[in-house]
Design a protein around this ligand. Structure first.
Ligand code: SAM
Length: 365
């Protein structure tokens, strides 16, 4: 169901400042709302100028808000996501040029300090030569002249890594086996393309997505509740897209390799067959036993933000009615529904379920 088809039509006819000639690089991220952007956009209340994306993930929604001309504060507790926000949402004009690429592709500037990928992931996700390339590239990111360039470099190389593994995540240990499988390679040639080439293939898409919407957009790397506590003053709307508790909620298990690469951990253990870092960051939105309390804390902290939009799925825990009850303590709520076709996704996916959107507004007292 569409919430505001007329509003959408007006926006797209350019009655309002928007920037839809810039394209967000197509993400491959579990739970990404990239394919639901117009639907979400059609539900945004009319009198909104400053918005927060609290669980930004691929940053597709935050970028869409930027395209619509809003001032955007975007956040995720994972650093690889924060880097995309910094490079494509906060950044209004800086791109990577030929000189930056020369720096990034130079040899490892200190093999003594930069060998984490080789040590952890050789023959698990990538062959040794590729891991060494990643370590060298990582050592050189620090040499780029500012944080926007560094963030773009992280965004593109991290995306290249997800392109190079089947299913685009690191929770399985079949990456190299799949890369040696002719049928799989036929379906996805990236499995055998060197990371350096994938980086170059993706670069233009990222550079071309940099634009200035004339607003003071910012990217943050915080826990959701802390983010709300510290940065929600003066915000008109918060968009919440928390992990769907019951399916694929532990983003650290899926994207640990990108986080390890971005943070370049020196003080963690690496465990299980995938060499996932340990201890993990505390989410609060993964386990059934913590989720009710986490939603309560999140919504209580967000009371002063007039409008909320919350993406949800009707297979998640807690169920729809429980969610309505929790939200209703603070806001009026309307629920909109969109069906996933059965052909979408594989085992344990969202196929056949409904994507929900809670649109919440101030309660009349
Ligand atoms: C469903 S995904 C968001 C997808 C995003 N809207 C998109 O379109 O790509 C949920 C995100 O919540 C983040 N997350 C989980 N716990 C968090 C917490 N406590 N604070 C901030 N972010 C958190 C995860 O890292 C993940 O990226």
């Amino acid at each position: 169901m569409n919430c505001g088809a007329v509003q959408l039509l007006f926006d797209n006819l350019n009655f309002k400042n928007n920037y839809f000639n810039y394209k967000f690089p197509v993400p491959q991220y579990l739970g990404s709302k990239y394919r639901h952007l117009e639907w979400i956009g059609s539900c945004i209340p009319g009198n909104v100028n400053r918005v927060m994306d609290v669980f930004a993930g691929s940053q597709a929604v935050a970028f869409y808000f930027k395209q619509k001309g809003y001032e955007v504060f975007t956040n995720d507790f994972m650093s690889y996501s924060y880097r995309i926000g910094k490079g494509l949402v906060e950044n209004g004009k800086t791109r990577l040029d030929g000189n930056d690429i020369k720096i990034l592709f130079s040899r490892n500037r200190s093999e003594k300090d930069f060998h984490l990928m080789r040590d952890l992931f050789t023959d698990i996700f990538f062959i040794e030569k590729e891991c060494e390339f990643l370590d060298g590239f990582r050592s050189n990111i620090d040499l780029l002249e500012n944080d926007y360039k560094k963030s773009l470099a992280f965004s593109v190389i991290n995306r290249a890594m997800t392109r190079k593994v089947t299913m685009g995540h690191f929770a399985h240990t079949k990456a190299l086996e799949y890369a040696a499988n002719k049928d799989r390679v036929k379906r996805n040639r990236s499995l055998i393309v060197p990371l350096k080439d994938l980086f170059m293939e993706l670069l233009d898409e990222y550079n071309n997505a940099v634009f200035d919407n004339k607003k003071d957009n910012k990217s943050f790397n915080m826990d959701a509740v802390e983010f709300i506590n510290e940065h929600s003053e003066g915000m008109d709307m918060a968009y919440f897209d928390p992990p769907y508790c019951n399916s694929h909620a532990d983003y650290q298990a899926f994207y640990h390799l990108l986080e390890t690469y971005t943070e370049y951990w020196k003080d963690k253990k690496f465990i299980n067959g995938t060499n996932c870092y340990y201890p993990k960051k505390k989410s609060g939105f993964v386990l059934k036993r913590e989720i009710l309390n986490s939603f309560d804390r999140l919504f209580e902290a967000s009371q002063r933000i007039p409008y909320w939009m919350i993406s949800y799925n009707d297979r998640s825990y807690p169920d729809l009615n429980t969610m309505i009850n929790i939200i209703s303590k603070y806001k009026n709520v309307k629920v909109f529904k969109k069906n996933y076709e059965n052909k979408v996704g594989g085992k344990g996916s969202v196929a056949g379920s409904n994507e929900l959107l809670f649109v919440c507004s101030p309660r009349q007292s």
